[in-house]
Design a protein around this ligand. Structure first.
Ligand SMILES: [Zn+2]
Length: 386
């Protein structure tokens, strides 16, 4: 005896385009006409789908088409970076409706940062709605199921903070929190690469270094959510640099944007920001190119280990330092092709992020949309959800 398709599963068929009419649903699921009608009317009532009257006019009554209602609600998203935060509201396909960027220092802590983010959503909302979910990316390790930030060493004021209840007190909808690089990897993969490959390693090199792993099409979080924290893997011959985590020669301490700036200043170069370094690279400054290339080699050491372990189809380099792509990727390639196994590098691509800074927002939106529109969530939700 086969189980009957649920309302949530019928929605998936409509969203994916597998079923466009009531007759399609009946054919795909084997449900009786009354059972199809019941599920469809439930979805219509909840505003999750709409009917398009106009079908092809081939004589007779055209079948009514069913369409996922992308405007049935909005999701609130925020991608928090170490120094810059992107805040947006998106429709139910993940399309950005409105977006604003704020300069916030996350080290100010959740008591300052979260109210600021929530106030910004309120301003952006202005007539849009209803709010059906919230997605956040934070620059810390996140115990995913609980939405609890764990990374005591680098975001001290956030340690142990359980974010979802704080947000839900003001926006009582599902709130999902993940590591910032995980959501960027998810956005980059889904928008730019999902049609061609399922295994992607995203490495973000900015003020800090982190990675997000897409394996078999899904984000790889590990047992608690700490997978992908490559920043604190040590490199050989790093020169004995003390990392903020207390260990020596972590790749974060020798190859991050912070490290590149420190190295150039030690050589007497007048660089205030990574934008200055990017300008020097573009101008072909030999000393700057050499420093960035060496950072790329150290990064390559850690990436080659990850490539051996995970066998991704592509390594995508993103973050501010990826603006210095040529010398950086030269260093990375030099070491990865030398140290990784032949099979793992046979068709390995190493490319620059296609989405750029927008990937975080898109990833946050997809994170929450995947959750609230999953068949299980639809079947469990009360009708007032949408
Ligand atoms: Zn470290």
């Amino acid at each position: 005896m086969t189980r009957l398709a649920t309302t949530g599963e019928v929605l998936q068929l409509i969203r994916s385009g597998e079923a466009l009419t009531r007759a399609d649903i009946g054919r795909v699921t084997g449900l009786s006409r009354p059972a199809v009608a019941l599920r469809v009317s439930e979805l219509l009532q909840r505003g999750l789908i709409v009917e398009d009257a106009e079908g092809p006019s081939t004589g007779g009554r055209p079948p009514v088409r069913l369409r996922f209602n992308t405007a049935g609600g909005v999701v609130l998203v925020a991608s928090l970076g170490a120094s810059r935060t992107q805040i947006a509201i998106c429709d139910l396909t993940g399309e950005v409706l409105l977006r604003t960027d704020l300069d916030i220092d996350v080290e100010e802590g959740p008591d300052v940062v979260l109210p600021l983010v929530m106030d910004t959503w309120k301003k952006l909302l202005d007539g849009h709605g209803p709010v059906v979910g919230v997605g956040l990316g934070v620059p810390a390790t996140v115990e995913f199921a609980a939405g609890r930030t764990e990374s005591a060493r680098v975001m001290a004021s956030w340690t142990g903070v359980v974010i979802p209840p704080i947000i839900a007190a003001r926006y009582p909808v599902p709130v999902l929190v993940d590591n910032d690089v995980n959501v960027i990897a998810m956005g980059e993969h889904r928008v730019a690469y999902a049609s061609e490959l399922d295994d992607l390693l995203f490495v973000k090199v900015s003020t800090r270094i982190g990675a997000g792993v897409i394996s078999g099409g899904s984000i790889l979080r590990g047992a608690l959510g700490a997978a992908g924290e490559i920043g604190h893997i040590p490199v050989r011959d790093g020169g004995g640099v003390l990392c903020r985590c207390g260990n020596l020669d972590c790749v974060d301490s020798v190859a991050s944007g912070t490290a590149i700036l420190r190295e150039l200043r030690a050589k007497g170069r007048d660089v205030l920001s990574l934008a200055d370094v990017t300008a020097l690279v573009r101008a072909g400054d030999a000393e700057t190119m050499a420093v960035v290339r060496q950072a790329g080699r150290w990064l390559g050491e850690v990436i080659s280990g990850a490539v051996n372990l995970l066998n991704p189809a592509i390594v995508v380099l993103g973050g501010d330092v990826a603006e210095m792509f040529q010398p950086l990727v030269s260093g990375v390639r030099e070491v990865v092709y030398q140290r990784s196994t032949q099979l793992s590098t046979r068709s390995l691509r190493i490319e620059r992020s296609r989405l750029g800074p927008g990937a975080g927002i898109t990833g946050c939106a997809l994170l929450v949309i995947d959750h609230i529109l999953s068949a299980d969530a639809i079947d469990a939700a009360t009708p007032r959800m949408l």
